[in-house]
Ligand binder design. Structure first.
Ligand SMILES: [Zn+2]
Length: 50
C-alpha cells in the first residue's frame, strides 16, 4: 500500500498526486504540471545541492 504524496498547485491551490504532477527530464530538470488547471512550471531547482 504505497501512498502517493500530494502536491499543491501554486496557481489554483488544487491538489494533485505527485507522480502525476512532476515529470523528470533527462537533463535532471523537473517540470511541474498541475492536474487541475494545467499550469506548468519548468526548471524547478531541486534543493539537493552538492
Ligand atoms: Zn493548478
Amino acid at each position: 500500500m504505497k501512498k502517493d504524496p500530494f502536491v499543491i498547485c501554486p496557481f489554483c491551490q488544487g491538489k494533485g498526486p505527485l507522480s502525476e504532477s512532476l515529470t523528470a527530464q533527462s537533463n535532471q530538470n523537473v517540470i511541474f504540471t498541475c492536474t487541475q488547471c494545467q499550469e506548468s512550471i519548468r526548471n524547478i531547482e531541486t534543493s539537493k545541492g552538492k
